[in-house]
Design a protein around this ligand. Structure first.
Ligand SMILES: C[S@@+](CC[C@H](N)C(=O)[O-])C[C@H]1O[C@@H](n2cnc3c(N)ncnc32)[C@H](O)[C@@H]1O
Length: 152
């Protein structure tokens, strides 16, 4: 994020959500897989009036990082594949581009593989402070007065 611009990175393939909805489309109670989730994503940006401040990269996170020539990242929010390797690779891919002062949020820290990856990344993190709030793990270079949706 820089100057109010958010870079959203997601391949939005029909099966990129499959890890979270393993029975989708298999006759279960979940809805069938969306053949093109990017359309719903773009509609939501319009709906909430934020289309102009979001640059959309429709590709896997590590690929976008590998060709990143943009500004340094002050807020990195990791909420991609929830496997150990993917969380580790997402963080390591973006770590060189973190601004001197930054915050990294990991969604679903309470998910076993995510938590394990974050715990293993902590010793090599480019930031000094660590918090867990509302299911998020947070690496930060500065002390934060954190409070997420009313949670302590
Ligand atoms: C738990 S969902 C979160 C989506 C969004 N952050 C939200 O809260 O609505 C996980 C997302 O990770 C995306 N994803 C899967 N593989 C990815 C990758 N290699 N790089 C970036 N995003 C990925 C999926 O397409 C899916 O949209």
């Amino acid at each position: 994020m820089a100057g109010g611009i958010v870079h959203a990175v997601d391949p939005h393939t029909p099966d990129s959500m499959q890890q979270l909805m393993p029975s989708a489309g298999a006759g279960g109670s979940l809805p069938p897989l969306d053949p093109d989730p990017s359309q719903a994503f773009l509609r939501n940006l319009e709906r909430f009036g934020v289309r102009d401040c979001v640059i959309y990269h429709r590709a896997p996170s590590v690929e976008v990082a590998a060709r990143w020539r943009g500004e340094r990242v002050r807020l990195l929010y990791i909420d991609g594949l929830h496997t150990y390797d993917a969380v580790r690779d997402d963080y390591n891919a973006w770590k060189p581009f973190l601004a001197d002062e930054h915050v990294v949020l990991f969604d679903d820290y309470l998910w076993e593989a995510v938590g394990r990856a974050v715990d293993d990344l902590r010793p090599q993190a480019a930031s000094r402070f660590f918090y867990v709030r509302g299911g998020h793990a947070i690496f930060s270079t500065t002390r934060l007065a954190t409070c997420i949706i009313g949670l302590p």
